[in-house]
Design a protein around this ligand. Structure first.
Ligand code: F6P
Length: 328
């Protein structure tokens, strides 16, 4: 192990995700274990530009392992895209003799980190923290498991009322332009149809699925739709379907930001703890410009460029089984 890194800083950026706090705790405690000074940067890259940086201690991360959100707060900084913003950010790190950075976030966070690291030759390790699970180089991102369980709980509740009133529900879940939350919650919630950006379903196909269900006397139907799945959005789609298919009374539920909050699941806490420790160790081993993730239960470091290069593909097996299970 190389030992020249003495001070590291940590930030959370982009949309918050349950498990970010668990990961902050892991980075701080692993850093202290390896005799590093660990600084916390508030409000992501914006706080770095504005010098909102504080030394953290083991006690400053007590009792946050179970808390949703991020104690460091998060932001999507426009200033960091500018040369002046990056210069100020670098200067603030240098003024405190900070040698390396750990950033917890998603693709936007890593895009910024990649440019910054190349420009100023500062080692950066990224930890995938986003509910969307849209990054190559890891089977799951921190927050994805919690968000899917939160959404699933809501879908189960909607099923109760849908069934009582013989209704068709369109339920929109988050994911930006990824269908991962939709496919997982759709399968586990027993949805009649799952609409995702990775596999387009025409309105005729959707109506054929719903029609098949009504002919089999299904008393309700749920359609789970990824927010990036339909250009006009879920309300528009529900209207179009309602005009042509009136077997059920139709309702729409948009789950929205409730999917981002709440207590992280055991799976997310273990992932966040593992990746937090390995990120610190990766920096000490001399790794830079990489995201740490897990593939097939093994910790893997993937260069930012590769992690960001192409859109993560949806698991074909999930698509296949969802089709079989919604068929009758
Ligand atoms: O990336 C996480 C995410 O929750 C996406 O699923 C969603 O599209 C977006 O962030 C919402 O962003 P905001 O919180 O800025 O509305």
């Amino acid at each position: 192990m190389k030992d020249e890194i003495k001070k590291i800083a940590l930030l959370t950026s982009g949309g918050d995700a349950p498990g970010m706090n668990t990961c902050i705790r892991a980075v701080v405690r692993a850093g202290i274990y390896y005799n590093l000074e660990v600084y916390g940067i508030k409000r992501g890259y914006q706080g770095l530009i504005e010098n909102d940086i504080q030394l953290m201690s083991s006690r400053s991360v007590s009792n946050i392992i179970q808390r949703g959100g991020t104690i460091l707060k998060s932001a999507r900084s426009k200033d960091f895209m500018l040369q002046s913003g990056m210069d100020a950010a670098y200067q603030n790190l240098k003024n405190k003799d900070i040698d390396a950075l750990i950033v917890i976030g998603g693709d936007g966070t890593f895009t910024g980190a990649n440019i910054f690291s190349n420009k100023f030759d500062i080692p950066i390790i990224g930890i995938p923290g986003t509910i969307d699970n849209d990054l190559n180089g890891t089977d799951a991102t921190i927050g994805f498991d919690t968000a899917t369980n939160t959404a699933l709980d809501a879908i189960d509740k909607i099923r109760d009322t849908a069934n009582s009133h013989n209704r068709l529900f369109f339920i929109e879940v988050m994911g930006r332009d990824s269908g991962y939350i939709a496919i997982k919650t759709g399968i586990s919630g027993g949805a009649e149809a799952i609409l995702i950006p990775e596999k387009k379903t025409t309105i005729n196909e959707l109506i054929a699925i719903l029609d098949r269900g009504s002919k089999q006397k299904k008393s309700s139907s749920l359609v789970v739709i990824a927010e990036g799945g339909e250009s006009g959005g879920v309300i528009d789609l529900a209207k179009k379907v309602e005009e042509r298919f009136s077997y059920y009374d139709t309702r729409v539920t948009i789950l929205g930001h409730l999917q981002r909050g709440g207590t992280p699941t055991c799976t997310d806490r273990v992932l966040a703890s593992l990746l937090g420790v390995r990120a610190v160790e990766g920096l000490k081993e001399g790794k830079s410009n990489m995201m740490v993730g897990t593939i097939n239960k093994k910790v893997v470091f993937t260069p930012f460029e590769k992690a960001l290069k192409k859109k993560k593909t949806i698991d074909r097996e999930l698509l296949r089984i969802s089709k079989i299970l919604s068929n009758n």
